[in-house]
Design a protein around this ligand. Structure first.
Ligand SMILES: Nc1ncnc2c1ncn2[C@@H]1O[C@H](COP(=O)(O)OP(=O)(O)O)[C@@H](O)[C@H]1O
Ligand SMILES: [Mg+2]
Length: 369
């Protein structure tokens, strides 16, 4: 039996549980605290920043993977040196830990991305702004998620608090028509499979909805797949890779990367023959990859924020029986992702309407029209 170890007990680890059951893999989760979304599979609770605890966990499994990108890279390198399988490997994972490292490495690969600067000081800022134009996007290189750590900025004062903590990534503000995500998976044997491109919609920097397939010309779709493959192969990624993209009149540009199942891929659980969780487990176990083909013409995913209200089902109205629900079993908190809903079928706009209505009923849904 393949024993998979997941560091982190969040919703991504949670959604790996049914996939592992179907594949006949054992899944063990190293959670930070009791009562995490992945509680069902938790075998150890502790601090993943402690080498001893991480090593103890690694010894109980065949391959180690992740629910989040917070485990220090040097600890993972030590595990690899001791002979443990860590997927994605630390040298690839490093890009998702630090957005400045990511920009440097992507530049080295010749991948299209927004113009960018590393800002340490006021003089760096002046030089960067002169080149980028007045309006740019500042990012804290590490630890940001869901738009936390991203600001649209025009003046030095907008980032002076961040600079005191360390360097800031300053990017050209992209005038995008849409945001897209290209997801794929690379197995430990080198096999590669991609899902069709999806469109992601963000409200205030947080993913709120995903539509699939994204409508894009054949040439740009191929380009997106080519970018993902280049990143996966040159970095030696193993597992699911998500490439967030900006689509502009000038073409497509890479926003950022994730090397694990990603919010933009939740839609595949219903829409594809193979979910991103199943594909991730297959990839890191060195099993043949599953088919990424769509089993319906199209689909939509709508995130449910703040709470996931089961009482809404008792009333029932507004909850379509065709909409599939995913409750992360998180403690309610304003604005946090509490779950998502997916609807698949023949035509996007009625699916979106019923998925939004269901999401609104269960918790908060966010969208602008
Ligand atoms: N260079 C940019 N130009 C325009 N919008 C951006 C840029 N960078 C980020 N954004 C917006 O902010 C969102 C969050 O930024 P991102 O770097 O993906 O951070 P997070 O790690 O929080 O997902 C993006 O999805 C996009 O909507
Ligand atoms: Mg992002």
């Amino acid at each position: 039996v393949v024993r998979i170890g997941v560091v982190g007990g969040g919703q991504l680890a949670r959604m790996m549980i049914p996939a592992s059951i179907n594949l006949g893999f054992d899944l063990a989760v190293f959670a930070e605290e009791e009562g995490s979304p992945a509680d069902l599979a938790v075998s150890q609770v502790g601090n993943y920043r402690e080498a001893d605890e991480l090593e103890a966990f690694a010894r109980t499994v065949d391959v180690l993977t992740f629910d989040h990108e917070h485990v220090p890279i040097n600890l993972l390198e030590a595990l690899v040196e001791q002979g443990h399988k860590v997927f994605p490997p630390p040298q690839a994972l490093e890009l998702t830990h630090d957005k400045i490292v990511m920009r440097e490495r992507l530049a080295g690969l010749g991948v299209p991305q927004p113009a960018w600067f590393t800002v340490h000081s006021r003089s760096d800022w002046d030089r960067a702004v002169e080149s980028l134009g007045g309006s740019c996007v500042a990012k804290v290189p590490t630890g940001g998620y869901d738009g936390k750590g991203v600001r649209f900025v025009t003046e030095w004062d907008d980032i002076s608090d961040w600079i005191s903590q360390g360097p800031v990534l300053l990017e050209q503000r992209m005038n995008f028509t849409r945001e897209l995500a290209q997801l794929g998976a690379r197995s430990s044997t080198g096999e590669w499979a991609t899902w069709p491109l999806v469109e992601t919609r963000q409200v205030e920097g947080v993913c709120s909805e995903v539509l699939a397939p994204a409508e894009l010309g054949a040439k740009e779709s191929e380009l997106a797949k080519g970018i993902a493959l280049k990143i996966a192969e040159s970095l030696g990624v193993v597992g699911v890779l998500a490439v967030e993209l900006f689509h502009t009149d000038e073409g497509i540009f890479v926003n950022e990367l994730a090397m694990r199942p990603h919010n933009s891929g939740h839609i595949f659980t219903e829409l594809s023959a193979t979910s991103q969780f199943e594909q991730h487990l297959r990839a890191i176990a060195g099993y043949p990859l599953g088919s990424p083909h769509f089993v319906a013409k199209c689909g939509v995913m709508v995130n449910v924020f703040s709470r996931f209200d089961h009482a809404a089902w008792v009333v029932g109205d507004g909850i379509s029986s065709r909409v599939k629900v995913h409750d992360y079993q998180k403690a309610p908190r304003e604005g946090r992702k509490a779950g998502h809903v997916v609807a698949v079928g023949e035509s996007q706009s009625p699916l979106l309407a019923s998925a939004r209505e269901t999401a609104r009923k269960l918790g908060d849904a966010r969208y602008d029209d």
